[in-house]
Design a protein around this ligand. Structure first.
Ligand code: MEV
Length: 311
């Protein structure tokens, strides 16, 4: 029986500051308890099996090949492996399934080859695949998927961990619209090209929101955090990241008693993040499901990527 390594990485939500983080703003992100699992084993060729989707081929293999290639160059690991992927989360939902996949892949290869790579090295390797998928991503997604917990992130400064006492509860509602992060990031960036000073002011506002949101989150002022998130949604909407489906999900969640809600991740579809109404988490999710909306409770903080060997 051949040796395999398995790694599991959590998905993520952006609490505040997405998009503007690509342009130098500060964002706040948390890992959530939905996972991607990757297993790797020795093989003469590169093969990627996705649960439910069969074998991947063509361009969808490229991000996997890129991570293996950079690891092979830096650490001398094999550039062809047999890879299996399974996930709790649909891709294109704005919950970082691609980052979680790339992080779990790098961690599994590290485990298989006995490299004991730390979080920064795993993120660096995962970024090779993220660039294939999204163009010029800020790196916030793989950082939070690898480290777990809550991070504050700014390009060039890297992640810093936000420590929480106890847990905080959110609701994630998944719209059924899949979208491309790359397309949304360039749409918002184009707005920046057209109105540089307006865009700079929005970026500044997003950074302010993230600092205030971090403080409310740490102190457990979830009402205050919610208000800031709804405000952040309006800013993202002004920058072109929202649409009618997301706007109505935000309004619905607030009308059901959530202290605040916003799109999370790239937007244009994907998911909405809301502060859960205290004591009404389960009933709110049941209500959303009755309306045909896929939703789950996300309690934070959760642990980051982990890996192990199996025979
Ligand atoms: C995607 O989760 C977050 C974006 O800000 C893109 C990025 O930071 O790379 C939209």
């Amino acid at each position: 029986v051949s040796l395999k390594a398995i790694a599991e990485a959590p998905c993520k939500v952006i609490i505040t500051g997405e998009h503007f983080v690509v342009h130098g703003g500060v964002a706040l992100a948390a890992a959530v308890d939905r996972k991607v699992r990757v297993d790797v084993g020795e093989s003469g060729s590169l093969r990627v099996r996705s649960e439910g989707l069969g074998n991947r081929s063509g361009p969808s293999l490229r991000p996997f090949a890129s991570v293996l290639a950079v690891m092979s160059r830096v650490y001398g690991t094999p550039s062809r492996l047999d890879i299996g992927v399974s996930s709790d989360i649909p891709s294109g939902a704005g919950l970082g399934s691609s980052a979680a996949t790339m992080v779990a892949l790098a961690a599994a290869v590290s485990e298989l080859e006995g490299l004991s790579l730390g979080v920064p090295q795993i993120v660096e390797m995962a970024m090779a695949g993220e660039r294939d998928l999204h163009g010029r991503p800020s790196g916030i997604d793989p950082n939070v998927c690898a480290s777990g917990g809550v991070i504050r992130y700014r390009l060039g400064e890297g992640p810093s961990k936000v420590e929480l006492q106890g847990t905080r509860s959110f609701i994630v509602a998944v719209s059924k619209q899949r979208r491309s992060t790359r397309r949304l990031v360039s749409k918002v960036s184009e707005m920046g090209g057209r109105y540089p000073s307006l865009f700079a002011a929005l970026a500044e506002a997003a950074t302010d929101v993230s600092s205030l949101a971090e403080e409310r989150l740490v102190h457990g002022d979830m009402e205050g955090l919610g208000r800031l998130m709804t405000y952040n949604h309006a800013v993202l909407s002004a920058a072109g990241a929202s649409n009618q489906v997301l706007d109505s999900l935000v309004n619905l969640l607030v009308s059901l008693g959530c202290p605040g809600a916003k799109l999370t991740g790239a937007g244009g579809g994907g998911s909405v993040l809301a502060v859960a109404p205290r004591g009404k988490e389960k009933s709110t999710i049941a209500d959303l499901k009755r309306r045909g909306i896929e939703a789950f409770e996300a309690k934070i903080p959760v642990a980051g990527v982990k890996s192990w060997l199996s025979r």
